[in-house]
Design a protein around this ligand. Structure first.
Ligand SMILES: *Cc1c(COP(=O)(O)O)cnc(C)c1O
Length: 219
């Protein structure tokens, strides 16, 4: 299958209200340009170094999302141009993003990454910590960020019920926070599980290999 076929195939499976983040990590600039030329504007990368190298070589109207763990000392390299940071997993990181966004007189959109997987994952906020952080934001801290939603990754398993249970959990939190202050984005689902994620309320999916093909190394 060509990238074009893959892309059209994924787009055809997405309801019109669901945003597609094309995850281009490890893939060359030429492949990203190809997908851009098909009309895609939102791309996701998981490493600052790789993003910083690719960004100047590609069209300026691409909306870049950082989807991987972000170290506080690297925020400064992306603060000027990043559209959304989906992987905010600590208050320290949120503070740093707020500070760096301020230096560029801009507001950076962020998603709180919540730990929903049963497996022992390294990154992500506990449910109640995400709630507390969101409340601080609503109370007026972090004036240079906009928390626009939540992001979650399910357990890597064949067990669809397990995956569904985890996505549903995040959907409940999303709906709760949404009553405090309206949120736009519930980012759940990747190549293997995005249909389940959409069933469970996701309105943004992060799809990599189903568009670009397999990566040479897994991340
Ligand atoms: C790599 C990655 C994806 C995309 O994974 P695929 O299985 O290739 O679709 C989505 N989200 C995050 C956080 C990732 O690191």
């Amino acid at each position: 299958m060509s990238i074009q076929n893959n892309y059209n195939n994924i787009k055809n499976q997405l309801p019109s209200n669901v945003e597609l983040v094309a995850v281009s990590k490890t893939h060359p600039v030429s492949a990203i340009q190809e997908v851009y030329d098909l009309g895609q504007k939102v791309f996701g990368e998981n490493k600052v170094q790789e993003l910083v190298e690719k960004h100047p070589l590609l069209p300026k109207d691409i909306q870049w999302h950082l989807i991987g763990h972000l170290q506080t000392n690297k925020v400064k390299y992306i603060a000027e141009f990043i559209d959304t940071i989906q992987s905010v997993d600590s208050e320290k990181l949120l503070n740093e993003i707020n500070k760096e966004a301020g230096k560029h007189s801009r507001k950076i959109k962020v998603l709180l990454q919540v730990k929903i997987a049963e497996e022992d994952t390294k990154f992500g906020l506990e449910m109640n910590d995400a709630e507390n952080l969101f409340q601080k934001f609503v109370d007026g801290e972090f004036l240079n960020v906009e928390i626009t939603g939540l992001m979650g990754m399910s357990t890597f398993t064949e067990d669809k019920n397990q995956v569904k249970k985890e996505f549903e959990k995040l959907n409940v939190l999303f709906n709760n926070l949404n009553t405090i202050r309206p949120l736009q984005t519930l980012s759940m689902g990747m190549s293997d599980d995005f249909p389940i994620a959409i069933e469970c309320g996701a309105n943004s999916v992060r799809v990599g290999s189903a568009i670009f093909g397999r990566r040479d190394y897994s991340i």
